[in-house]
Design a protein around this ligand. Structure first.
Ligand code: KIV
Ligand code: ZN
Length: 512
């Protein structure tokens, strides 16, 4: 039987729980639009009760998404459910996703509730949600460490109360594929009314088994997979969308199932998520890593020339990697830029296009060929970050042999330009010292990494910083052909993200 697996994407909710990966509303909207075009069935837009900022982002996404269902997460409480519904009620297809922990360890130490109380709370939550919508998902947090019979009991009770999807999370990434598949089969066989609901799985990657567990669950009968782009998420992350989708696509004999994902959009969506969150993808990451389709060894290259199928199980084009990439340059006009951006799903207003065009021309003066990665970085810098507190207006740095590294910076702070100049151990240290002095803040720099967006000596440098201040951690990212400028942009971006955390505090939640 050929089943269609529902792809539930939680990049904007569980993915955002990756340390430092907070996104602003404009960034989340951009990702949501791409997820919709990618063909995911459900976009989990956020957790509206957690902060005013999250509520705002979820309702803007609910308004903008045209095809996918938009889900909002909420604890099993009336207040949370009301808030979730308020945020998504405008969506074409809203879904309320309520959850409570079910394992004994969570019941005893975290919730201090009995099993009966938890069932009662879950049923009341679903019944309350039911007055708003018929599209209700219930998750049994820490499901994989829950007594299987209790799991069936609570799933049966919430289905009876109106839940249309029941989700079995491996919250702590503890399961092993055979065991997880057995649990899925047990739930299907012993949950009263299971035939009336969809069984979903949601796996974390603490043992590196999230994709394997998800695929084992699908083979055992689960019909919904909860995933994130590039596998980002809490701790070691969640199941990667691209891995599950491409496994199903590549091995139809093993998984007689399909998804509605347009696989040719996978690479672009992955790039967008890493550009926005600042979480770079490791080069050897399956499907979307920079090396995923490169063949280094002579024997492999020889085989590839004779027949690509000798060493390639998927065609790069299937995931959206093309060799004849459209390249723009100095002579490309506004029309060419707009067409390419539209193909990349950026529908900019005339004013936005003018701003991007100016930056595009400036970049084209310094870099001969502008490819999609460059455009992605440009749009992110110019549009998505245009409403931030701090902006880099001017940078001059002196460094070299026998010279004291010195930086002079003009920084916009809420539109007002402040100036400063300081020295440092090296040019980047001088830049960071100067910016920190201007903003009168001293965030701790936890990590600094530098890479290149594309190949070639004229490639844009890509810098990621990880910063900590007042117990909050944020990632910042910047790209520029000049790596010192890229570093300054990354530092300013990190400061803006820390500022965003401050103004959008996440309320402390008993779980997730
Ligand atoms: O990992 C988890 O248990 C979750 C639930 C809220 C679905 O993210
Ligand atoms: Zn999770």
């Amino acid at each position: 039987m050929n089943r269609t697996i529902t792809i539930f994407d939680t990049t904007l909710r569980d993915g955002e729980q990756s340390p430092g990966a907070s996104m602003n509303t404009a960034e989340k909207l951009r990702i949501a639009t791409h997820l919709d075009a990618l063909g995911v069935d459900v976009i989990e837009a956020g957790f509206p009760a957690s902060s005013v900022g999250d509520f705002e982002a979820v309702s803007r996404i609910a308004e903008a998404v045209k095809h996918a269902e938009v889900a909002a997460l909420c604890r099993a409480s009336v207040k949370d459910i009301d808030r979730a519904w308020e945020a998504i009620k405008i969506a074409v297809k809203p879904r309320i996703h309520t959850f409570i922990a079910t394992s004994d360890i969570h019941l005893e130490y975290k919730l201090r509730m009995s099993r009966d109380e938890v069932v009662e709370r879950a049923v009341a939550a679903v019944a309350h949600a039911r007055q708003y919508t018929e599209n209700i998902e219930f998750s049994a947090e820490d499901g994989s460490r829950t007594d299987p019979d209790f799991l069936c009991r609570i799933f049966g009770a919430v289905i009876e109360a109106g839940a249309t999807t029941v989700n079995l999370p491996d919250t702590v990434g503890y399961s092993i594929p055979n065991e997880f598949a057995d649990l899925v089969r047990h739930v299907i066989a012993h949950t009263p009314g299971m035939e009336k609901a969809t069984l979903s799985v949601h796996c974390h990657n603490d043992l590196g088994l999230a994709t394997a567990n998800t695929l084992a669950a699908i083979a055992a009968g689960a019909n919904q997979a909860e995933v994130t782009i590039n596998g980002i998420g809490e701790r070691a992350g969640n199941t990667a969308l691209e891995e599950v989708v491409m496994a199903i696509h590549t091995r139809p004999g093993i998984y007689p199932a399909t998804t509605r994902i347009d696989t040719t959009r996978i690479v672009a969506t992955g790039r967008l998520v890493s550009t926005i969150t600042g979480i770079m993808v490791q080069p050897n990451k399956a499907i979307v890593g920079a090396n995923a389709f490169s063949h280094e060894s002579g024997i492999h290259q020889d085989g590839m020339l004779k027949n690509p199928m000798t060493y390639e199980i998927m065609k790069p084009e299937t995931v959206g990697l093309t060799t004849n990439r459209l390249v723009l340059g100095k002579l490309s006009g506004r029309f060419a830029l707009r067409s390419r951006l539209e193909e990349m799903r950026y529908n900019l207003t005339d004013e936005e296009l003018n701003t991007v065009f100016e930056s595009f021309k400036a970049l084209a003066d310094r870099k001969k060929q502008i490819v999609d990665e460059d455009l992605e970085a440009l749009v992110t810098d110019v549009i998505l970050r245009s409403h931030e507190v701090y902006t880099l207006e001017y940078l001059h740095v002196t460094s070299g042999t026998n010279v004291y590294p010195m930086a002079s910076v003009h920084l916009g702070i809420n539109g007002k330009v402040m100036k400063g100049a300081l020295e440092g151990n090296g040019p980047i240290d001088a830049v960071f010292n100067t910016i920190a002095a201007i903003v009168e803040r001293t965030p701790e720099l936890l990590r600094f990494s530098i890479g290149a967006l594309t190949g070639g000596t004229d490639a844009q440098g890509e810098v990621t910083v990880r910063m900590q201040e007042d117990g909050m951690v944020a990632l910042g990212r910047g790209a520029d052909p000049d790596i010192i400028t890229a570093s300054a942009k990354a530092y300013v971006n990190g400061l803006n993200r820390l500022e965003y955390f401050k103004t959008n505090p996440v309320s402390s939640c008993e779980s997730i």
